[in-house]
Each structure stands twice: as C-alpha cells, then as structure tokens.
Write a protein that binds this ligand. Structure first.
Ligand code: ZN
Length: 118
C-alpha cells in the first residue's frame, strides 16, 4: 500500500471516531490508531497491533522483521562510524562525556537488535 493510501485510510478511520495515538507501529513505524472498540490498529500493516506492555509480559516480540532490524543495525553502525570520525583530537571533558554516552547508547541498540534476532 502506498503512503497516500495509508494516510487516506487513517483519515477515514479518524472521521469514524478513531483516535490518533502517539505510539508507532513496531513493524513499520506508522502512528497507530485507537479504534472505537479499544483496539490499536496500524493502517499500513492493515492489522491490529498488540499493546507493547502486553507483548512484553507474554514474552513475545512484535518486532520480528529481520529486514527492518538489519536496516536499523546498519544505521546504528553508520552512526558509530560518524561518531568516531567526528571525535576531536583534543576533546574537552564534556565532549568525552557526550561521546561515551552516545557510543554506549548505540552499542546498546546493537545488543538489543542481536537479542531480538537470536
Ligand atoms: Zn504497521
């Protein structure tokens, strides 16, 4: 489905009383809709999305598309590379701190991706 069609479908649902949530679909990152029956719906995937809290407690992971995860992982790797290249020769304490924090965050994301994939 094209983005246009997705937007159109979301518009139709909103007019029917659905609410736009600030939660995004774990698969495609499209903002989710809360339908009148209380379920969360992704217009792009055209399916109901199980709430993430519920997903976590059942031990099942909603994010299973390895293609998406691989894309994410490659973006993280590019970010790490950029981070390394942008590191100044004589960094200030603040710069080192920011570098360490960002590096840690990025590595953490990579670790999570690996956990999900294994
Ligand atoms: Zn989706």
């Amino acid at each position: 489905m094209s983005d246009n069609e997705v937007t159109k479908r979301m518009g139709q649902l909103l007019r029917k009383g659905a609410a736009l949530l600030n939660t995004a679909c774990p698969k495609c990152n499209t903002p989710l809709l809360r339908l009148k029956d209380g379920s969360m719906y992704c217009a792009k995937c055209d399916k109901e999305v199980v709430e993430q809290t519920a997903v976590a407690s059942s031990g099942e992971l909603q994010i299973s598309s390895s293609e998406t995860l691989n894309q994410l992982a490659s973006k993280v790797l590019v970010s790490i590379e950029l981070l390394i290249h942008s590191f100044p020769e004589k960094p200030h304490t603040e710069e080192i701190r920011a570098f360490a924090k960002t590096a840690r965050d990025l590595v953490e994301i990579l670790k999570r991706i690996q956990e999900v994939q294994t």
